[in-house]
Design a protein around this ligand. Structure first.
Ligand code: NAD
Ligand code: UPG
Length: 464
């Protein structure tokens, strides 16, 4: 079966970049990305490609090349579903904020809406691909809805979780460690659907890097991968606290441990805590699934990864207050970096939000600078916590367009995102313009201690 038309529902951080790369690599396949968010689609269609809604290195160039040729962005969901042979569902699956499973389970309401819409529109057989991260066995629910509410056409459901990391999405999509495709391996139709998706990826991914499994293994592998990755960060962050008490340096420890080929060197960077839209949500989902099967020990084991992460964010902020003579009330504190990691404008679950909230509770005056995050986003993140009103947040927090301005007349600086540009700042000039003693808290192990101390900073870094 040859795929000619692809539709992707959800033009977000996954749908947008993933489909842009498929369109670039498969110029003969028409790819239409649809979303109910009109503003987002308008941004994807902005004649100035630098204004697309997602910042990812290399993405605007691909959109420029493929948009209008075989890559389209639209709000006409039904027409795109109707035309497509293959439909990717790439909508958000956040943690539930209500009802059963509140604060833990994934909210699948947008997934279900997609399934019902596909079923009502489809007039010929279609392959439906789960691209969103979903609880294991969601494919069964999807199949139920599609088969029971459709027009008698046949659907094949595949699981094809996405492993891209933000900030390196384009590179991850072009050179993935693996592509995972789960499907109904016991039927001819199931195998044909899997082959059709394999042939899309095989346009640029070596065949041996495309794994095919049963659908449940594929769904569960995605949650497992994120749990393992987040666990590494929490593990090294746990050691960072012990390093601070003992005189060991967490970077030296990570290097020594990571050189064991069984452990490996990647993802062992101690930090102020992991953020992003996935790790916390997916682990909570895993914990919920384990609990729902009565696997209390399994649930407790993974929940600890989240507990450690919350502790790391809190202890970083608490340490700032403690070092500044136990009060930051009325003190100006510059926050450098708001995104959850460098090279993205995404702020979901960013540690900066929680550290700032803590400092605001201590009555600090906070000034924020981030090269890619808008002022509106920063206030929206703070308001979402519900700790104080929008008016209060706007009174206590200022967002500025330059790091020098953020640091001017401040008592302290906290580096919370590892943007490369922070390494190159004129730190002598910054020091000169600060109140003394000038405190510098490095939540990313980005800056060199020796040179900063020579300038005169009171310097504190995670894990050393
Ligand atoms: N962000 C990542 O790096 C990443 C990586 C791998 C997997 N994932 C998973 O991919 C999924 C999507 O994540 P994201 O970060 O792209 O989310 P996102 O919020 O950026 O984008 C989702 C989009 O889906 C749209 N949408 C929701 N319901 C819709 C409907 N019924 N019809 C049309 N559009 C609809 C929303 O308007 C939104 O624009 C999640 O399950 C996530 O866990 C995310
Ligand atoms: O050694 C490390 C590595 C990461 N982080 C932090 O961990 C968070 C997540 O980083 P990263 O995993 O690089 O970015 P994400 O975009 O969240 O990607 C993760 O989540 C995606 C969504 O499911 C998956 O597709 C990716 O494979 C998985 O890496 C960020 O706050 C990082 O700063 C650290 O503190 N130390």
């Amino acid at each position: 079966m040859k795929i000619k038309n692809i539709c992707c529902i959800g033009a977000g951080y996954v749908g947008g970049p993933t489909m842009a790369v498929i369109a670039q690599k498969c110029p003969k396949v028409n790819v239409t990305v649809v979303d109910i968010n009109e503003n987002r689609i308008a941004q994807w269609n902005d004649p100035d490609v630098e204004k697309i809604p997602i910042y990812e290195p290399g993405l605007s160039e691909i959109v420029k090349e493929a948009r209008g040729r075989n890559l389209f962005f639209s709000t006409d969901v039904e027409s795109a579903i109707d035309k497509a042979d293959m439909i990717f569902i790439s909508v958000n699956t956040p943690t539930k904020t209500y009802g059963i499973g509140k604060g833990m389970a994934a909210d699948l309401k947008w997934i279900e809406l997609c399934a019902r819409q596909i079923a009502s529109v489809a007039k010929n057989d279609k392959i439906v691909v789960e691209k969103s991260t979903l609880p294991v066995r969601t494919a069964a629910a999807l199949k139920d809805i599609l088969d029971n509410t459709g027009n008698g056409v046949r659907f094949q459901i595949l699981s094809n979780p996405e492993f891209l990391a933000e900030g390196t999405a384009v590179d991850d999509l072009k050179n993935p460690d693996r592509v995972l495709i789960g499907g109904d391996i016991d039927t001819t139709e199931g195998k044909e659907a899997m082959d059709a998706l394999v042939s899309i990826y095989a346009s640029w991914v070596p065949r041996e890097n495309i794994l095919t499994t049963n659908v449940w293994s594929s769904e569960l592998s995605k949650l497992t991968a994120n749990a393992f990755l987040a666990q590494r960060v929490s593990s090294i962050n746990a050691m960072s606290e012990l390093c601070e008490k003992t005189g060991a340096d967490v970077e030296e420890v990570a290097r020594a441990v990571g050189m064991d080929s069984r452990v490996g060197p990647k993802f062992l960077k101690a930090s102020v805590g992991f953020g992003g839209s996935c790790f916390q949500k997916d682990i909570l989902n895993l914990v919920y699934i384990a609990k729902s099967f009565g696997l209390e020990e399994v649930a407790d084991y993974w929940e600890q990864v989240i507990k450690m992460n919350n502790h790391q964010k809190r202890r970083f902020a608490a340490n700032m207050v403690r070092k500044m003579y136990n009060t930051v009330s009325g003190k100006k504190i510059a926050i450098l970096g708001w995104a959850f990691k460098k090279d993205t404008n995404d702020t979901r679950e960013s540690a900066a939000i929680y550290v700032t909230d803590y400092l605001l509770n201590e009555q600090a005056e906070v000034v924020v600078y981030d090269p890619k995050v808008t002022e509106e986003q920063i206030f929206s993140d703070l308001n979402y916590l519900g700790t104080r009103s929008d008016e209060e947040n706007r009174r206590m927090v200022t967002v500025v367009n330059s790091p020098m301005e953020a640091c001017q007349d401040s008592h302290a600086i906290a580096v919370l995102t590892e943007w490369d540009e922070f390494k190159e700042l004129d730190w002598k000039e910054i020091y000169k313009n600060m109140l003394k003693p000038a405190f510098l808290f490095d939540g990313r192990r980005l800056l060199d201690r020796k040179t900063k101390e020579e300038i005169g900073f009171e310097f504190y870094a995670i894990g050393n």
